[in-house]
Design a protein around this ligand. Structure first.
Ligand SMILES: *[C@@H]1O[C@H](CO)[C@@H](O)[C@H](O)[C@H]1NC(C)=O
Ligand SMILES: *[C@@H]1O[C@H](CO)[C@@H](O)[C@H](O)[C@H]1NC(C)=O
Ligand SMILES: *[C@@H]1O[C@H](CO)[C@@H](O)[C@H](O)[C@H]1NC(C)=O
Ligand SMILES: *[C@@H]1O[C@H](CO)[C@@H](O)[C@H](O)[C@H]1NC(C)=O
Ligand SMILES: *[C@@H]1O[C@H](CO)[C@@H](O)[C@H](O)[C@H]1NC(C)=O
Length: 599
């Protein structure tokens, strides 16, 4: 009787497992009873579409694609229980060892989310993960090595051994991320892992960022953390936190409490200093730096209104301007007063806190976009002071004043560096947006290239990137429109760009390639709050993540199936990524292919 029941269970399981899937040479996964004409299928049979996807095609389900060389994925699997995996980590410092233990914890938590049903397996395959890093350092900046090697070797006698080797803990964490892409839930219980794998990998660009604006709308911390989770899943490594703007100033500055008092939407919609420090730790465990932007001189209003009341004079000018159009790019109007010394003192206090909250090697983004010279020129007080200090009122003179503003803040930043981090040997560059001031014809007069990195937000066909590179400036590329994830919503004049367009946005292709630090997709939040935040970012930011990791030449038609799987993985991890194609097209690979009509 007992045996009959077991046989019955096996039959049911087999039926539940149902049809097997096949992988074709052109990387299509198809149920074996619905083979497509013209596809050449391999012999291996898989229990599900996801199982097939794990090793169908050169990159299987790994997103972003590894850059190789020598990538190989077997079609065989081991069936295992994630709780039974064994880990051994080796690193030359206590901090790095601790980091790897945390990485392992996050990795197992992600694996548990892959389990289709129950994660337990009665006779789990024995899997040992051995992770070794060479460097004990936790420094994370543009010079950090993020390379890794991942080898999975399964033999009958010895079970499965996963070897992870990396220069730094950050490379090792990417390897664990890749390892999670080699796993999927079994249709019965437990998980399946590709049993023999060789992957070597390193990113093309050291700056793979996402800009998040928390000033137009305040984003509760749990949503910022989930954004970091999505970035970690995509091997993105910079959260450019556009934390304050003219609309609100939610960041607590302990030395200048007025900023938040006057600037936050409400006392509940704020980020305390302690919360930011914790957020930065959360990010770094996921291989992500948080670069805080304190935008100025433009985009300043909320938080800067209290100067006259407290005897510091006007900190920001044009505040009450209405209509706002002429002296401002957008309402509410405001531009820091470059002739008021108190402005620099307040900024220095803010920069000091930014330096104290971040890692010693971390830098700051000083904004610098959309300055309206006419705003400054409309202030009698600024005009008078300029004339008395030997400036005239020409455009050239105002540009000079604007550059002075940034250079003076840089001096403050350097002074802070000297007192906070006496062991950092070289000056840290700061980041500015491209603007009138970064015009290639005159930029060298205003901003030394060793100290200022320029984040450009121009069309990929614009000559600005090439010209700045030729002059020797380092740049971060935010392709205007293509990489503006908020476009196509809210503002009538902007266009939505689907994931294929995001993916195909070219990086500057020139010999000064090492001056291109990388790029950032941007989420400005005029028309986004926490309710739509995740679907606006994901999965499209992931398309840029692969552009920045691998700078691939493949067309999106070849990679879409891997991208669809990536999106499902985000969903499994609790990130509300938007749909990019009808479910039918995801399930029925190739049946929706049409060169004239692609989702
Ligand atoms: C896997 O292990 C076998 C036996 O120890 C060895 O011959 C083979 O080279 C290993 N393969 C890889 C990819 O390390
Ligand atoms: C098992 O591992 C040992 C030591 O690494 C190796 O010498 C042996 O060849 C392996 N056996 C098999 C069957 O791969
Ligand atoms: C500033 O205003 C003065 C008049 O007050 C004008 O002559 C000058 O051209 C203006 N400068 C700029 C850069 O617009
Ligand atoms: C105004 O100042 C600039 C330098 O900032 C100078 O090149 C220009 O000649 C001056 N214009 C006049 C009319 O004095
Ligand atoms: C940062 O501090 C170090 C140590 O005091 C110093 O050598 C370095 O020049 C400083 N950087 C700047 C930009 O001042």
């Amino acid at each position: 009787m007992k045996w009959l029941i077991i046989i019955w269970i096996l039959l049911v399981l087999n039926a539940a497992g149902g049809t097997k899937w096949l992988c074709s040479r052109s990387t299509v996964c198809t149920p074996e009873n619905r083979k497509l004409q013209g596809e050449k299928y391999r012999v291996a049979r898989f229990e599900s579409q996801r199982d097939c996807r794990l090793s169908c095609g050169k990159y299987g389900a790994v997103w972003p694609m590894p850059t190789g060389p020598g990538i190989s994925l077997s079609h065989s699997r081991v069936h295992f229980d994630p709780q039974e995996m064994q880990f051994s980590v080796e690193a030359p410092s206590e901090a790095a060892t601790q980091f790897l233990h945390e990485t392992r914890r996050l990795f197992v938590a992600n694996l548990l989310r892959e389990c289709a049903r129950d994660c337990t397996v009665a006779s789990s395959a024995r899997i040992v993960v051995l992770a070794t890093v060479i460097s004990g350092s936790l420094v994370l900046d543009w010079r950090t090595h993020e390379n890794y090697k991942l080898a999975i070797n399964s033999t009958l006698g010895n079970g499965t051994v996963v070897h992870i080797q990396a220069t730094t803990v950050y490379g090792a964490r990417h390897a664990f991320e890749t390892l999670s892409n080699l796993v999927t839930g079994s249709v019965t219980r437990g998980l399946l892992l590709v049993s023999n794998v060789l992957i070597s990998d390193r990113p093309c660009y050291p700056h793979r960022g996402l800009l998040l604006d928390t000033a137009r709308h305040f984003m509760p911390l749990q949503h910022v953390r989930r954004t970091l989770d999505g970035m970690a899943a995509s091997k993105m490594n910079v959260l450019h936190w556009h934390v304050v703007d003219a609309h609100s100033f939610p960041l607590e500055i302990t030395r200048v409490p007025q900023m938040q008092l006057y600037g936050a939407y409400s006392s509940a919609q704020t980020y305390s200093r302690k919360q930011v420090v914790e957020l930065m730790k959360y990010a770094r465990l996921r291989g992500i730096r948080i670069i805080v932007e304190i935008d100025g001189p433009s985009h300043t209003n909320s938080g800067w209104q209290w100067g006259p009341d407290e005897g510091l004079g006007e900190l920001s000018v044009c505040l009450q301007r209405s209509p706002w159009e002429s002296p401002c790019a957008s309402p509410p109007c405001g531009q820091l007063n470059p002739m008021n010394d108190n402005v620099y003192a307040v900024l220095k206090a803010i920069f000091r806190q930014v330096a104290e909250m971040g890692a010693p090697e971390e830098t700051v983004h000083m904004g610098g976009d959309e300055v309206q010279l006419s705003c400054w020129n409309s202030s009698m007080q600024i005009q008078e002071k300029m004339l008395s200090q030997g400036y005239n009122l020409s455009e050239k003179s105002f540009l000079h004043l604007w550059a002075q503003f940034h250079r003076r803040n840089l001096l403050a930043w350097d002074e802070i560096n000297r007192s906070e981090h006496p062991d950092i040997p070289e000056p840290k560059p700061v980041i500015l947006w491209s603007s009138l001031l970064t015009n290639p014809d005159t930029i060298e007069r205003h901003l030394p290239k060793e100290r200022f990195i320029i984040q450009t937000w121009v069309d990929p066909h614009d000559s600005l990137n090439r010209k700045l590179l030729e002059l020797g400036y380092r740049i971060i590329v935010s392709n205007a429109n293509f990489w503006y994830l908020d476009h196509g919503f809210g503002h009538a004049k902007t266009m939505y760009h689907n994931w294929r367009t995001v993916y195909e946005a070219d990086m500057p292709d020139i010999s000064e390639a090492q001056l291109v630090l990388g790029g950032e997709v941007c989420l400005w939040t005029e028309s986004v709050d926490q309710n739509t935040l995740e679907s606006r970012i994901w999965p499209r930011a992931g398309a840029a993540a692969e552009r920045l990791w691998a700078n691939p030449v493949e067309s999106t038609v070849l990679i879409e199936r891997r991208f669809y799987r990536y999106r499902e993985r985000l969903l499994d991890r609790g990130i509300q990524a938007e749909a990019v194609a009808p479910r039918f097209c995801v399930l029925n690979e190739k049946l929706c292919d049409d060169p004239y009509f692609v989702y």
